[in-house]
Write a protein that binds this ligand. Structure first.
Ligand SMILES: [Zn+2]
Length: 438
């Protein structure tokens, strides 16, 4: 699309467009289409759904009027991502808009009241997997672009859109992606909407994210399962061993008991609040345990048991160093007679977001215009691996301006998007693009 001379950064026509009920109704319909794809990156059987969501988005970005909309092939068998841009604002900064179209697993039997991939309107919400994390949130970016291109025929600044398909599994190919496409995502700033606000009408900008480590611990005692009537009481049960090893991770008060785990962070003896423990303090959790037989009655002593762990890390904690401390700890507590194997699947570093750069100032002004109150700066306990990688690899300042609510049920049954926050999010991003213009 060829643009005329800069028209100034006046978002008023785009904002008026974004408020028209007919446009809002159409956008809800479009988002509903996107939410029908079961784009679950964690499960290989949904590979085709991940790809179908990517193809739908590439078509949507092209129809918005963005240039060069395409699927970027995944690295080493990873899922494709989607890229498009609009670069017709010479002299203006370039902002990368990031989102992820992959979602967490969801099945109705997990406690969903509706089919997770049949979006359902409930009051002022849309209930569907991915409605808030992250399809609905990055859709606010796309509809801000839509509003400008349908009214002014141009954007106030240059924009790149990159939508990822493996964020929910820790973006394992991102480093290789940045090696292969070193310039594709280069920008003056990145906007990410994949976080939540402090509450309704309480916009916030996240300024720190915890890092993460995902690991498996396997304990094996023999070559095959044996009968508990013939061997019970005489042989080692790897589930018992695994449970003791997992229990050794914490002391009675919940303090992490892995030697050296707190080495680089202040570990004052004071009691931390619940909020602090969820955001600025590290944690180790067992996410799941597998082993033995529970589907019916089968008196068996299993040969193997496994657990998946995740650790949330805070600044100064390096995932590789923590992985090594965990490995040493498990080696020290492995009893004779079993083999324990500890493997890391992904690790990402904690992130602190600098507040003093033009895009952050633009975001504060945009939030204040759209919501009537300035944003709070908050710390998130979550992890968004690409944020850390983009900052470190491309030196791109990141703005984490999300429009989710604490009760959106992300990663849980009955995930939902609050439409008033979504529409206000569209207006906020519309203001943000104008505020970034020089
Ligand atoms: Zn997300």
């Amino acid at each position: 699309m060829i643009a005329s001379a800069p028209a100034g950064a006046d978002p008023s026509r785009a904002i008026a467009y974004a408020r028209q009920p007919a446009n809002r109704a159409r956008w809800i319909g479009q988002l509903g289409e996107l939410l029908t794809f079961a784009s679950i990156s964690a499960l290989p059987k949904h590979r085709a759904d991940v790809r179908a969501a990517a193809e739908w988005l590439a078509g949507h970005l092209a129809r918005l009027g963005l240039d060069g909309s395409r699927l970027v092939p995944g690295i080493d068998g990873g899922p494709p991502s989607v890229y498009a841009d609009w670069r017709h604002a010479p002299g203006q900064p370039t902002v990368l808009l990031y989102g992820h179209f992959d979602v967490q697993p969801a099945e109705q039997k997990d406690g969903w009241q509706t089919d997770p991939f049949r979006p359902t309107r409930v009051g002022e919400t849309i209930v569907a997997r991915g409605a808030s994390d992250d399809k609905g949130q990055f859709f606010a970016h796309l509809k801000a672009i839509d509003s400008y291109l349908r009214t002014d025929g141009r954007l106030p600044i240059n924009v790149k859109v990159w939508l990822e398909g493996e964020e929910e599994v820790g973006s394992p190919h991102l480093e290789s992606f940045l090696d292969r496409y070193p310039d594709l995502l280069r920008a003056d700033a990145t906007l990410v909407s994949d976080t939540e606000m402090a509450g309704r009408g309480q916009p916030s900008i996240v300024v720190s994210l915890r890092g993460m480590l995902i690991a498996d611990l396997r304990v094996r005692s023999g070559a095959s399962d044996v009968h508990s009537g013939r061997f019970g009481g005489a042989v080692i049960n790897p589930i018992h061993v695994l449970c003791r090893m997992l229990a050794s991770l914490h002391d009675q008060s919940g303090h992490i008991a892995v030697p050296g785990f707190y080495q680089r962070i202040p570990d004052t003896p004071r009691v931390f609040t619940s909020l602090e423990r969820r955001t600025i303090r590290p944690a180790i959790d067992v996410n799941g345990i597998a082993g033995g037989y529970v589907a019916g009655s089968k008196t068996v002593i299993p040969a193997e048991a496994m657990a998946r762990l995740s650790a949330r890390l805070v600044p100064q904690q390096d995932p590789r160093e923590i992985a090594e401390k965990l490995r040493c700890h498990f080696r020290a507590v492995t009893p004779a007679g079993v083999r324990a194997r500890f493997t890391i699947s992904t690790g990402s570093r904690p992130t602190t977001i600098p507040r003093d750069h033009p895009a952050m100032h633009a975001a504060v002004r945009a939030v204040t215009r759209a919501w009537g109150v300035p944003p709070r700066f908050t710390c998130s306990g979550g992890t968004i691996a690409p944020v850390e990688a983009l900052q470190r690899r491309l030196h791109v300042p990141v703005v984490l301006m999300g429009f989710g609510l604490p009760d959106d049920n992300i990663h849980a049954p009955n995930e939902r998007l609050h439409l008033p926050e979504f529409f206000r999010g569209v207006e906020t991003v519309t203001h943000f693009l104008a505020e970034c213009a020089r």
